[in-house]
Design a binder for this molecule. Structure first.
Ligand SMILES: *Cc1c(COP(=O)(O)O)cnc(C)c1O
Length: 368
């Protein structure tokens, strides 16, 4: 018997109240003298000074609507990555594109595959679209192609993979992505979320440009929030086959990318030296953290991103206690229990001061 409809006030449609809202990384540490926010994988060097200047300039003409197709931005992205601008679509953060993909390709009851420790935003958008998230196990904190392929059913419409993944920092070599693609039915959309692509220093890694270009069922999403340090303006983009761009263009808001984001994005892409400096900083300090944290007796998941997952040993020195200890000293890391890691914290690679500070504070914590 179905429950009688509650007509006393508007009701969200079925499934909406089952969604667990995304919880962003904390940004404050009450009482701490100086706060180092290492909870959202932001750029410790900040945004490009050129992007900041471009935002100042655009502030003088905010009465004008932006270009609804973000043409100059798409052309600048295309030039930087060697792509056709017609196959690029920009968005209000890459989150928006991920949501639009779910809205566009999932009907009620359709399945979308995500992985055990995958980015949580996918699950939210799958549910928001009325779809069914199907979570497959990982092996050694890394997506497993065989497990994904084994989970494909007649109802599967999308596979979401972050490569590298957040919060683990692990990645799939491109041969594995190719094998995944080869095993998927042609009507299943493979979404390659390459939010951290610029940070990866591995010869066997590719973000997915070539695979997108040579197939009809693969898209690659990118963001300005990480390497470009523009999380605050909300800007992302997708590269995909024409038929998918056409469908998403019908679903998106007409001015989904605002004027500030367009100008900041163009300027940031042109500032190669800021990107290079950011990569050098990350290389150096990711390596340092990957070495120093294990010296304290903490296991870390090998990361190729701008963050590292730190595992805590026992109840006496749990992630929750470490989090409180670090917060009191002004270091804000990310709890990742919702990602299946109740006893780990994710740390963004920060400034030298922040990185040294966290390691020193953790050494003290483990002795406590
Ligand atoms: C940070 C992140 C994004 C980017 O989100 P934006 O909406 O562009 O800020 C996308 N995917 C993953 C896996 C991320 O960690």
């Amino acid at each position: 018997m179905t429950k009688a409809a509650d007509l006393s006030r508007p009701q969200p449609r079925a499934g909406v109240m089952d969604i667990e809202a995304y919880v962003p990384g904390k940004s404050g540490a009450p009482g701490a003298v100086k706060v180092h926010k290492l909870s959202s994988n932001e750029n410790p060097l900040g945004s490009s000074p050129k992007a900041i200047e471009a935002v100042r300039d655009v502030a003088a003409r905010l009465e004008f609507y932006p270009d609804g197709s973000a043409t100059r931005l798409r052309e600048t992205i295309a030039e930087a990555h060697g792509l056709n601008p017609a196959n690029i679509i920009c968005s209000n953060g890459s989150d928006e594109i991920l949501g639009l993909l779910a809205q566009t390709y999932l009907s009620a009851g359709d399945e979308a595959i995500i992985t055990e420790h995958g980015f949580l935003v996918y699950k939210i958008y799958i549910q928001a679209a009325g779809g069914v998230p199907v979570t497959v196990r990982e092996v050694e904190e890394r997506a497993d192609v065989d497990a994904i392929l084994a989970a494909v059913t007649a109802k599967t419409k999308i596979v979401f993979i972050a490569n590298p993944n957040n919060p683990t920092g692990t990645y799939l070599p491109f041969e594995e992505i190719r094998r995944l693609h080869a095993g998927l039915p042609k009507h299943v959309l493979l979404v390659l979320d390459a939010a951290y692509a610029e940070y990866v220093r591995r010869n066997d890694y590719e973000a997915g440009v070539e695979l997108v270009g040579n197939s009809q069922n693969v898209v690659m999403t990118r963001t300005f929030s990480k390497i470009h340090g523009l999380g605050g303006v909300r800007l992302g983009w997708m590269y995909g086959p024409s038929h998918i761009i056409d469908a998403i263009n019908r679903m998106r808001g007409p001015f989904n990318v605002n004027a500030t984001a367009i100008e900041a994005g163009v300027a940031a892409l042109r500032d190669r030296s800021h990107v290079e400096r950011t990569i050098e900083h990350n290389d150096r300090w990711l390596a340092w953290l990957s070495e120093e944290l294990p010296k304290l007796g903490l296991r870390v998941t090998p990361s190729v991103g701008n963050f590292i997952l730190v595992h805590f040993p026992d109840e006496k020195h749990s992630a929750a206690k470490a989090d409180a200890w670090l917060s009191e000293r002004g270091y804000i890391l990310r709890r990742v229990a919702a990602y299946g890691f109740p006893n780990a914290l994710r740390m963004t690679v920060g400034t030298e001061e922040a990185n040294r500070g966290v390691v020193a504070a953790l050494a003290e914590f483990l002795r406590s």
